[in-house]
Design a binder for this molecule. Structure first.
Ligand code: AMP
Length: 392
């Protein structure tokens, strides 16, 4: 296990915390502050231990001066001040005298948030390209580096990998929680079931290959099920097809016939629109049919298979959950999981969004905050953001 903030003396020290404050903002208003809330435990821990806290985060992409206005982190400082009930000083720059002066004037328990780290991308992608001069400069501003930005662990940026090259480093409490919950899937209580959905098979090949030997069954729905169904020889009509993954699907189905469960019926339409669809058996699709959700028999088969599960991992919605006519499969299975006694881990933006609007997030074991980072961790890859952080 990686060293955490609890393993390091931070009293009176200047701690740089890399957070993930990449929140959706519209017209200057934060639409969802979940990511800010998830970082609070580490910030509060540092406050309780008398540290001087320097917060860093990226926000969106910054390619033009217009992006700078759109992705200004000052609104996050305001929201943080409200949540922490204390002043969070916003410094409207990523380097220079104003920032250095503010940091050297800090007292214990003061909090500074500096401007969006990606402002540095305007000048030759210094942040995203992990410019080591920039990383060295940022590390000179603090004594200790705490990486709590789980969502960016799969990226090698100056503000994570870079700074951790130069400063004593550890992970924050959010990253610790994520790693513990996801590592549990590598040695799960059985039966261990995986639910996969979403659009593309190719994004999930690594995860399937890594977790297939460890799980008891994989239930596949969503758009990606149709590439598997086509590999089985069904006519999938106009449904989503990930042509380049067809051979992978054939190979994996041949080897794991009993482990992979595919839809037996779907709700389909001849248009990609939010209008009522028709339930069809998977053998009945014609050339114009587009499967947009799993059907009622498939929902029951999925529920039966999940009924005695001890561990469940789910990535990707089982239908076009953004359309109210095709959200039923995803919502029914989510609700079922909130009622049974299994440890369920959800990973990936879309299924987390579906679970949030279905009001089940607080009834599930763990909701992973990272999309790409979660997938890469479950694929068994080493996450660059963790590379320089020592083990306990
Ligand atoms: P992914 O990023 O691969 O997890 O895909 C998420 C997207 O898959 C969502 O936007 C869903 O609308 C989409 N999706 C799920 N099921 C289907 C389907 N049957 N046909 C088309 N798109 C789908």
């Amino acid at each position: 296990m990686k060293k955490t903030v609890k393993d390091i003396k931070i009293d009176s020290k200047k701690v740089i915390i890399r957070c993930d404050f990449n929140v959706p903002i519209k017209d200057g208003i934060i639409k969802d502050d979940t990511r800010i809330i998830k970082c609070l435990p580490t910030i509060k821990y540092c406050l309780e231990h008398n540290a001087k806290i320097i917060l860093m985060s990226h926000l969106g992409r910054v390619k033009t001066d217009e992006d700078k206005t759109k992705n200004n982190l000052n609104v996050v400082a305001t929201r943080l001040s409200e949540l922490l009930e204390q002043q969070v000083t916003f410094i409207n720059t990523t380097r220079g005298e104003e920032l250095e002066q503010a940091i050297s004037n800090m007292k214990n328990k003061d909090i500074i948030l500096m401007q969006n780290t990606r402002y540095e991308d305007l000048d030759g992608k210094k942040e995203s390209g992990c410019d080591m001069e920039l990383a060295k400069y940022w590390s000179s501003l603090g004594d200790i580096f705490i990486n709590d930005a789980f969502g960016t662990l799969h990226r090698a940026h100056a503000s994570n990998v870079g700074i951790s090259t130069y400063l004593p480093s550890c992970v924050g409490l959010l990253v610790e929680k994520e790693l513990n919950a996801l590592s549990y899937l590598f040695e799960p209580n059985r039966p261990f079931m995986i639910i996969l959905g979403g659009a593309k098979v190719s994004d999930k090949i690594g995860l399937i290959e890594n977790l297939l030997p460890k799980c008891d069954k994989i239930l596949i729905g969503g758009g990606m099920a149709f590439t598997f169904l086509k590999a089985e020889g069904y006519n999938i009509g106009n449904s989503l097809l990930d042509e380049e993954s067809l051979n992978f699907c054939k190979k994996i189905l041949k080897k794991n016939e009993d482990k992979i469960i595919l839809p037996v019926d779907v709700v389909c339409n001849d248009k990609y629109e939010d209008i009522e669809g028709t339930i069809k058996d998977i053998t009945e699709l014609n050339d114009n049919d587009m499967g947009l959700d799993i059907g009622p028999n498939t929902i029951n088969i999925f529920k039966n298979n999940l009924s005695n599960a001890k561990t469940i991992m789910w990535n990707g919605p089982l239908g076009v959950y953004e359309f109210k006519n095709y959200v039923k499969g995803t919502n029914e299975v989510l609700t079922y999981l909130s009622e049974i006694n299994a440890k369920t881990v959800l990973g990936g933006g879309d299924i987390v969004a579906a679970a949030t609007s279905c009001n089940v997030t607080d009834k599930l074991y763990h909701i992973s905050t990272g999309g790409g980072a979660t997938l890469e961790y479950l694929e068994g890859k080493e996450l660059p953001g963790l590379k320089n952080i020592p083990e306990k």
